[in-house]
Design a protein around this ligand. Sequence first.
Ligand SMILES: [Zn+2]
Length: 225
Amino acid sequence: MDPVLEQLKAGVRRFRSDVYAHQADVFAHAASEPQRPHTFFIACADSRIDPNAITSTGPGEVFVMRNIGNMIPAYGEMLGGVSAVVEFAVSALGVRHIVVCGHTDCGAMKALLDPASVDKMPSVRNWLTNAHAARTVAETLHERDLAEGGERPLIDVLTEQNVLLQIQHIKTHPSVAGAIAMGELTISGWIYSIGTGEVRIAEDGERTFAPVTPLPREHESPLRV
Ligand SMILES: [Zn+2]
């Protein structure tokens, strides 16, 4: 008996009895028509990230692609799985928004700052070249910040710059460039903090990330005290 597989099976049983049983209509509706997700969510493969949980979304709402370091190779550089998923999400599914979501404590960002750590993983090392430009920018910004008395860790700056770089990369894909030109698609960059659950967002064209804050009190129900 494989203990990990048994643990997964127990999870499937709980899903069927506790989750599915109470939302059977939602799942039946999702199965009754082609998927029409509004968002294409690109996240790191890190096991601590859950795009649906972060966004309180359910079946059919978010088309997800995950890989090491939430990266999108620029068009033509590594045509393959990622390019195909981007093309499918935009051209076939017609998503209206793309999220590129980085996160705190990212192993890919750590490896970018310590290339020797991936010496024995040639595929990973090659994949990380998609973020090399972000490292260069981050180091420059970090030095400037330190000179001005700032204390932000380099990895935090790098995590943000990687998200911004990957947004530039995805805009080189013809399907994305076309949809943006038609006013049918927008993009945002996110940083998800694993420890606090906080999400900070750089909306399209911005280079700084602002936290998603609670709505002001006037938006709450007047009956709440
Ligand atoms: Zn990561």
